[in-house]
Design a protein around this ligand. Structure first.
Ligand code: HEM
Ligand SMILES: *[C@@H]1O[C@H](CO)[C@@H](O)[C@H](O)[C@H]1NC(C)=O
Ligand SMILES: *[C@@H]1O[C@H](CO)[C@@H](O)[C@H](O)[C@H]1NC(C)=O
Ligand SMILES: *[C@@H]1O[C@H](CO)[C@@H](O)[C@H](O)[C@H]1NC(C)=O
Ligand SMILES: *[C@@H]1O[C@H](CO)[C@@H](O)[C@H](O)[C@H]1NC(C)=O
Length: 520
């Protein structure tokens, strides 16, 4: 009798639990997003009709057949419709501001600088959110580091980290950049001498940029540093060389292998970085000479505010920042350099102009290049701006509303994800004129915005108070690496290059960047 009762109790409890769980799932996967969607619709935002539970993902992941161009024909750079074919299509139907769905998450799409300006005027930097879907998905990479943090937490992190990126601190890093780049170029020379002048510049430069960022962030010379570096690269490959249905409920169940692998790698990286940080703290206490890398600077910065513990970063936070610098900093910079090589290979006149400028500014001191010297490379600065316009390594900027935002009398409800299409704005003839898709670095001569008709139309590093903190580091690295390459080699595009810029977290050449190098 008693036994029966017990089993009845258990089954009732199971049923209740089941109902409760399915209710929660239904609520978070369907009802909440649907309410947000209906509110957006009522407020006058249009967009493609989603289906449950994939949203508009099917259309977004469709292969766009044969859009890659052969190397001989890269004369214009109208890449929007091949990088984001679905956005290009939806723009024609719904304008430059509309809603679409990634899984069960509604996103507000924006490719209209004036709308963006009004929206960002309504929200202070610390009140912006970063989309929870991406935060969860990329947790092994960024943790709660600066890119993903929000609110007072973000304010505290930004406050502690900003001084580390001060130009005087970056100066020390120049030597290290020259060293790592020279090692790569020596290898190229050997390859060329052995009769193999074709080099995949993307792979080479990404590796070197990874080494540079690992050294500048947490000092790779430490034994465990090497191991962290290898694992960080592996994590990058695991998370971004696959399509994992981000935003679809239970997507983690759909790709269990990758997600488990990512999680394990993330844990190992944390453990290794933790050892590095603990060692560093010890050596600071023992009054040894502090390291001049970002971690060293953050530790000193944290000590300076030790009297005010609420303001410093704890060990886990430091781990997350080291990872954030690595993932936020190396591929973006490497790609800026890689796309530049493509454009210089197809515009030999600019290759020569930059070489002339280097000869004038740097003379033959390219082995002790420093920050002041490269600051004098003005034309190289225009080229960088123009490359980041045509091929922005960060092709979109994301936000999530953490309260209702009113723009043009329309309400963007609390919780709405926001996707800003940087590629579209950077190629928009309405903003740049009829030559929007041509490579013309001179548009940046004496003009920070390259003649863009709207100041929010050029956003290679994001906007507002959350703008990229690594800009100055990137400028330095870009100019050093490019100067060293240009002083030693001339290069042309390999006939095997296939032009297919693709979104793989960053904007990357899908089939690499094979170039033919010739020693000068
Ligand atoms: C060409 C190179 C780079 C590009 C194109 C780039 C682009 C961006 C963009 C678009 C954002 C988002 C801004 C926003 O949400 O409004 C960002 C943020 C950030 N970047 Fe970069 N970045 C580059 C290099 C670097 C480097 C070298 C580092 C660090 C070593 C770095 C660290 C960060 C961090 C920590 C943030 C978050 C800032 C915050 O939210 O307060 N980036 N970057
Ligand atoms: C949105 O996506 C769904 C599912 O992928 C699809 O059925 C629908 O046609 C799409 N809508 C538009 C306008 O693309
Ligand atoms: C390249 O462009 C030329 C003319 O602009 C054209 O004749 C040729 O077929 C194109 N080649 C390829 C591979 O698309
Ligand atoms: C926005 O929504 C979140 C979660 O639903 C809630 O915690 C928060 O208080 C809301 N913010 C505002 C300003 O209403
Ligand atoms: C970059 O350096 C300049 C001075 O060279 C400085 O004014 C600016 O605040 C720095 N930017 C960042 C994001 O650190």
């Amino acid at each position: 009798m008693e036994f029966l009762e017990l089993s009845q109790v258990i089954s009732i409890a199971m049923v209740m639990l089941f109902l409760f769980l399915s209710g929660r799932i239904l609520f978070s996967c369907w009802i909440t997003p649907t309410l947000v969607y209906q509110k957006l619709r009522r407020n006058g935002f249009g967009g493609p009709t989603p289906s449950f539970p994939l949203g508009n993902i099917t259309e977004m992941t469709e292969k766009n057949g044969g859009s890659s161009l052969k190397s001989s024909n890269i004369t214009h750079h109208d890449i929007h419709s091949s990088v984001f074919p679905y956005f290009a299509r939806w723009q024609k139907l719904h304008g430059k501001v509309f809603i679409y769905w990634v899984g069960t998450e509604p996103f507000l799409y924006i490719a209209e600088p004036e709308f963006l300006k009004k929206m960002s005027a309504e929200v202070v930097a610390k009140s912006w959110g970063k989309p929870t879907v991406f935060k969860n998905d990329r947790d092994p990479m960024f943790g709660n580091g600066l890119i993903m943090s929000e609110g007072d937490n973000w304010v505290r992190h930004r406050h502690v980290i900003t001084p580390a990126f001060h130009p005087t601190n970056l100066k020390v890093m120049a030597t290290l950049m020259v060293e790592s780049t020279t090692r790569m170029l020596n290898k190229w020379t050997t390859l060329i001498k052995s009769g193999r002048p074709e080099i995949d510049a993307e792979r080479e430069i990404t590796t070197t940029a990874g080494i540079i960022i690992a050294k500048t962030s947490f000092g790779m010379s430490y034994n465990s540093g090497q191991e962290v570096f290898k694992k960080l690269r592996a994590l990058q490959v695991t998370l971004f060389n696959s399509n994992r249905f981000v935003g679809v409920p239970f997507n983690k169940v759909l790709c269990p292998k990758q997600n488990l692998e990512a999680k394990m790698l993330g844990k190992e990286i944390d453990r290794l970085l933790l050892t590095i940080i603990t060692d560093r703290k010890k050596s600071i206490e023992e009054q040894r000479r502090p390291s001049q890398d970002l971690l060293g600077l953050l530790l000193q910065g944290s000590r300076a505010v030790d009297d005010n513990p609420g303001k410093s970063l704890n060990t886990q936070e430091l781990v997350d920042e080291c990872k954030t610098f690595f993932f936020g900093g190396h591929e973006t910079t490497a790609l800026a350099i890689t796309w530049t090589l493509l454009l210089l290979a197809t515009h030999p006149e600019w290759q020569n102009q930059l070489r002339d400028e280097i000869r004038e500014v740097v003379k033959d001191k390219d082995h002790d290049l420093d920050a002041d010297m490269v600051a004098g490379l003005k034309k190289m600065g225009w080229v960088m701006n123009e490359v980041l316009r045509l091929y922005p390594s960060a092709p979109n900027v994301q936000r999530q509303a953490r309260g209702d935002i009113v723009v043009n009398g329309l309400t963007i409800p609390n919780g709405t994800n926001i996707w800003i299409d940087v590629v579209s704005m950077h190629h928009d003839p309405a903003l740049w004129g009829e030559d929007a898709n041509e490579f013309k670095p001179e548009r940046f001569k004496d003009d920070l915005y390259g003649g863009c008709k709207h100041k929010m139309g050029y956003l290679p590093f994001g906007f507002g108070g959350r703008m990229c903190i690594g800009r100055n580091l990137t400028f330095l690295e870009y100019k050093i690496v490019l100067t060293l390459i240009l002083s030693r080699f001339s290069f042309t595009l390999s006939p095997t290059y296939s032009h297919s810029p693709s979104l793989l977290l960053s904007l990357r050449p899908r089939y690499g960047m094979p170039l033919i190098f010739q020693p000068l």
